[in-house]
Design a protein around this ligand. Structure first.
Ligand code: C5P
Length: 276
């Protein structure tokens, strides 16, 4: 049996630079990954199966189409391999929440199948599968801090900030990525800077915050609550929302913030972890 964590994705900055002819947007984004997320197990079996368990499973129940089974099928096709597999997804991260979710699950499926078939993680066919499955999937396959360009799939790894304590908070509302992008105002506000990662992230922004907040004003409340916490290094919405995160100067500061958020909004989802 192979176990993989679908590490949650964060966008430390997300600059939308323009609309493209193919319906996507030209991005510049600083990807980072959290040392926690959904968990996937995969084992050889008599027949294919796919089960979803865990606290956030209900949101996916009944959906015939899942990025995990699409990743499985695409992998088999591209690598011309056979063999049924039993897959279980322990869904611990909210669905449609700006932190990778389905993309990270698809990436974990590709990593697990690559391991099972002894295929190198950098095999170009694996990256092609990832690109076909979604814009964030290539970044999620590697799960290292990186600058992403294009749809987000052209990656340059960046050193620094691994181990930084982080707290993720989601107010329990799902946001459709396509509808947030559709509300972007078309204004290019400039590139992500070069140099120290934290400085670049701080000087940057998430251009999807304004359109996401227009759809879900509660995102503003999440950001305010995180900004009120002590010793934050950066507070920002991730992806197209609604999950927001804070990075902290110490584990103690993160844990104090997690307690503060739990007290203020016991109904909101939280994940306390650190950057990979
Ligand atoms: O690539 P993925 O299927 O994850 O993207 C979901 C949606 O997000 C796309 O259908 C598109 O509307 C939007 N998107 C975009 N530009 C990107 C990435 C995603 O417009 N670079």
């Amino acid at each position: 049996m192979i176990e993989e964590t679908a590490w949650a994705k964060l966008n430390l900055a997300l600059h939308v630079r323009g609309r493209r002819g193919d319906g996507y947007h030209e991005l510049e984004t600083l990807f980072a990954f959290v040392a926690d997320g959904d968990r996937l197990t995969l084992a050889p079996a008599e027949a294919d199966s796919f089960a979803i368990t865990g606290p956030c499973a209900a949101a996916l129940a009944g959906e015939g189409d899942n990025l995990v089974t699409r990743a499985r099928d695409l992998f088999r096709e591209r690598f011309a391999v056979n063999g049924a597999v039993a897959i279980t997804l322990d869904k611990r991260v909210p669905v449609a929440s700006g932190i990778g979710g389905g993309s990270a699950d698809a990436a974990a499926t590709l990593r697990a199948l690559a391991a099972m078939h002894m295929i190198d993680g950098g095999d170009p066919r694996l990256i092609q599968c990832a690109e076909a499955l979604g814009s964030d999937v290539p970044a999620c396959v590697r799960s290292v801090i990186a600058l992403g360009r294009g749809r987000g799939e052209a990656l340059t790894p960046i050193a620094g900030m691994a181990g930084t304590p982080v707290l993720l908070v989601n107010p329990g509302v799902g946001v459709s990525t396509a509808s947030v992008f559709a509300r972007w105002d078309g204004v290019d506000r400039g590139a992500i800077g070069e140099g120290d990662l934290l400085d670049c992230a701080r000087a940057g922004r998430n251009d999807l915050e304004v359109p996401a907040r227009a759809l879900q004003p509660v995102i503003g409340e999440v950001l305010t609550l995180l900004e009120e916490q002590a010793d934050t290094l950066l507070v920002r919405m991730s992806g197209s929302g609604a999950t927001c995160f804070a990075m902290f100067a110490s584990v103690d500061a993160r844990d104090a913030a997690a307690r503060g958020v739990a007290e203020a909004r016991p109904d909101w989802w939280r994940m306390a972890s650190e950057l990979l």
